[in-house]
Ligand binder design. Structure first.
Ligand SMILES: [Zn+2]
Length: 297
């Protein structure tokens, strides 16, 4: 069973892994902590960008020779394939790791991934540790492995005049972009949400079939997008809503002195049909209402 220090390290690894959201795709955002036999952190890291060092490699580099005999605490099963970087399971073996604590098993490994190789090398491995908490960060990547499309978020502004695009200079819009891989604008252009993360200004998409939400989503997934933000008001969202591939909506309601306003006929419901409220927050300018597909209770 994972020790208290290992569970604490896993939560820190989960938090670190979230720093890679928006820049690691199509790779997963992963965090790794190395603990000395006495439970002290000797190295930590997270996967920051596609093509750059994985979380385990970052942590091993930070720990240096202190990695020998350490416990590796990782949010996702260490990779087992030679990609742009060498497989992490081999780096952990070579560094002399004695024990590995893993939250989520890579669904593509089919029991023959990094964990199997670590065990074969004589390393004590425990899996499923805080898996549910790790999935809070890894969930969108894991969903893509099942659906072959990005997780799609649609933010919008809702006023007495109707439903419109969330102003791009608001903190809500900036925060949503930071957590996304790509932004689909009103003109059908797909931009990378965090400039530089995919190595070019605009994702190279050959004529994505934007009239068909499901086909567009699949094309964007093939282009490496795992988290897509729709940023063009209702016209951009409609094909995706019709295809049933919008996973989250963020409705922003300006609130100043709302209770003194005369009652008005709302031109649009707060959430699209079939969506339920999953959270609300008051921000500086808006009441932010998050919704997901679901059933009323
Ligand atoms: Zn790796």
């Amino acid at each position: 069973m994972a020790s208290f220090a290992e569970a604490a390290a896993m939560r820190r690894a989960i938090a670190l892994s979230a720093a890679g959201l928006g820049t690691t795709s199509p790779n997963p955002p992963v965090g790794c902590i190395l603990l000395s036999p006495s439970g002290r952190i000797v190295g930590e890291g997270y996967h920051e960008r596609k093509g750059e060092a994985h979380a385990e490699a970052q942590a091993l580099a930070a720990a240096g020779r202190l990695a020998s005999g350490a416990t590796a605490v990782v949010t996702l099963e260490p990779c087992n394939h030679q990609g742009r970087t060498p497989p992490c399971r081999q780096a952990l073996i070579d560094a002399g790791i004695r024990r590995a604590v893993v939250a989520v098993i890579d669904p593509t490994s089919r029991g023959e991934g990094g964990v199997a190789e670590l065990r074969r090398a004589g390393i004590d491995v425990e899996t499923g540790v805080l898996a549910g908490e790790a999935e809070i960060v890894l969930g969108d990547w894991l969903a893509g492995q099942r659906t072959w499309r990005p997780v799609i978020t649609w933010p919008y502004l809702i006023t007495g005049q109707g439903l419109g695009q969330l102003p791009p200079d608001t903190s809500e819009a900036r925060q949503l972009r930071l957590n996304s891989d790509a932004v689909l604008g009103a003109d059908g252009t797909v931009w990378e949400a965090v400039p530089g993360s995919h190595g070019k200004g605009i994702l190279a998409l050959q004529d994505p079939p934007l009239g068909d939400g499901a086909a567009a989503a699949a094309a964007l997934y093939d282009g490496g997008v795992r988290r897509l933000l729709l940023d063009g008001g209702l016209p951009v969202a409609v094909p995706f809503l019709d295809a049933g591939v919008v996973d989250r909506v963020v409705a922003c309601l300006p609130y100043g002195n709302a209770s003194s306003r005369p009652a008005a006929e709302p031109p649009w419901p707060l959430l699209p049909p079939g969506f339920v409220i999953t959270g609300t927050t008051r921000t500086e300018a808006f009441v932010r209402v998050e919704g997901r597909p679901g059933t009323l209770r």
